[in-house]
Design a protein around this ligand. Structure first.
Ligand SMILES: NC(=O)c1ccc[n+]([C@@H]2O[C@H](COP(=O)([O-])OP(=O)(O)OC[C@H]3O[C@@H](n4cnc5c(N)ncnc54)[C@H](OP(=O)(O)O)[C@@H]3O)[C@@H](O)[C@H]2O)c1
Length: 306
C-alpha cells in the first residue's frame, strides 16, 4: 500500500488488542483496534482491506459495507456462493465499492496479455492451462486444512487459475473435477472445463504437490505463456509458428500488490462501485465454478461457515 501514492495506512485491527498494537508499532501505523467493529466506525477510514481467513470475509466485509466503507476483500470473496451473492447484493444496495482482491488482474503483464488476445496476436483462443500447486505441511488446525476456516486447495489457490480463465473466456458451461480430500477439504483438484465457445481449460490446484505455477493460453495462431508465477508474472512469452518468440518482462517495485491498490484508489476516488477489470459479476461467476467443483469433489463446509 505504501508504494502507491495517495494511500495512507491509518489503522489495523486484530481480535487481540496487544497483537494489533504490536503490528501497528512494527509498521508505523498510527491507530490500532482490538475489534474490527471499532475500526469500521472510524470516520477517517475510506477503505477497509479484509485479510482474515476466508471464513471471516463475509462478516467483516458486510459490516464494513453497512458502515459506509469501501471494501477490498481477499480472495475468495467468501467461502460459499450464497454468501458471495448476499455480499454483492449488499454492496449494490448500499452503492458502496466492493472488490475481490484478485490482484493478478492488475499486473501490467496480465493487462498486456489481455490486450494481445484482444488484438488477435494468437488468433482465437482454443484452450487455457494454469496450475497452482504449493506443498504445505499438514496441520488440521491451520486455515488451509480446516473446514471451519474454509480450507482446501480450490478456495485458496484454485481461485487463481479459475479467475484467470474466467477473465479470458467467461464462465464454463460444464466442468469435471477430480481430486483427493484430506480432513474433509480438497488437498488437490484437477478441473477440465468447457466454455460455450468450445474453448476448454485444464486447471489445477494443490496443497500437497509442488507444481510449476505457470499459465498458457493457446490460440489458433500462437500461444502466450506466463512462466511461474502466473499470479504475479514478471515475464510474458508470445510464441507464434515461424516467428521469433517475443519476450516481455516486468520489474516489480514491491510484491506486485501495488497495481490492485492503485485500482481501488482510482475507482473509489471516482465514486465508482466496482472495478471494470475485476467486476463483481466475474467474482460471482468464479464462485459458481468453485462451488460446482467443490460439490463434485464432495467438500462440504460447516453450516456456520459462509
Ligand atoms: N493475495 C495474496 O497474495 C494472498 C496471500 C496470502 C493470503 N491471502 C488471503 O488472505 C487471507 C488471509 O490469509 P493469511 O494466510 O494471511 O491468514 P492467517 O495468517 O491465518 O490470518 C490472517 C489474520 O487473520 C486473523 N485470524 C486468524 N484466524 C482467524 C479467525 N479464525 N477468525 C478471524 N480472524 C482470524 C489473525 O489476526 P488476529 O489473530 O490478530 O486477529 C491473522 O493474523 C485469506 O483469505 C487468503 O486467501 C492472499
Amino acid at each position: 500500500m505504501r508504494l502507491v501514492a495517495g494511500t495512507e495506512v491509518l489503522a489495523v485491527s486484530s481480535r487481540n488488542i496487544e497483537r494489533a498494537a504490536a503490528f501497528a508499532s512494527r509498521h508505523g501505523i498510527p491507530k490500532f483496534y482490538g475489534d474490527y467493529r471499532e475500526l469500521i466506525e472510524d470516520p477517517e477510514i475510506d477503505v477497509v482491506y479484509v485479510a482474515t481467513p476466508h471464513s471471516g470475509h463475509f462478516d467483516v466485509a458486510k459490516d464494513a459495507l453497512l458502515a459506509g466503507k469501501a471494501v477490498l476483500c481477499e480472495k475468495p470473496l467468501t467461502v460459499t456462493l450464497e454468501a458471495a451473492e448476499e455480499l454483492v447484493g449488499i454492496a449494490r444496495k448500499q452503492g458502496a465499492f466492493l472488490m475481490e482482491a484478485m490482484w493478478t488482474r492488475f499486473n501490467p503483464l496480465v493487462r498486456r496479455l489481455r490486450q494481445l488476445v484482444r488484438d488477435g496476436a494468437i488468433g482465437e483462443i482454443h484452450s487455457i492451462h494454469a496450475d497452482f500447486g504449493v506443498r504445505f505441511a499438514y496441520d488440521p488446525e491451520h486455515r488451509l486444512w480446516n473446514p471451519a476456516l474454509g480450507g482446501g486447495s480450490l478456495l485458496d489457490l484454485g481461485v487463481y487459475p479459475i479467475s484467470f480463465a474466467q477473465m479470458l473466456v467467461g464462465e464454463p458451461e460444464s466442468l469435471v473435477a477430480h481430486g483427493q480430500l484430506r480432513n474433509g477439504v480438497d488437498a488437490e483438484a484437477g478441473l477440465l472445463l468447457r466454455y460455450p465457445s468450445g474453448v476448454f481449460a485444464h486447471l489445477y490446484s494443490s496443497l500437497i504437490a509442488l507444481k510449476a505455477v505457470g499459465a498458457t493460453v493457446v490460440g489458433t495462431a500462437g500461444q502466450i505463456e506466463l512462466p511461474p508465477y502466473f499470479y504475479r508474472p514478471t515475464e510474458l512469452v508470445l510464441l507464434r509458428p515461424g516467428r521469433e518468440p517475443v519476450r516481455e518482462t516486468l520489474d516489480l517495485a514491491g510484491n506486485g500488490y501495488e497495481y490492485q491498490i492503485a485500482e481501488v484508489n482510482e475507482r473509489v476516488l471516482a465514486g465508482e462501485q466496482e472495478s471494470p477489470e475485476m467486476p463483481l459479476d466475474d467474482t460471482l461467476a468464479v464462485m459458481r465454478t468453485l462451488s460446482e467443483a467443490l460439490r463434485q469433489l464432495g467438500v462440504t463446509y460447516p453450516n456456520t461457515v459462509r
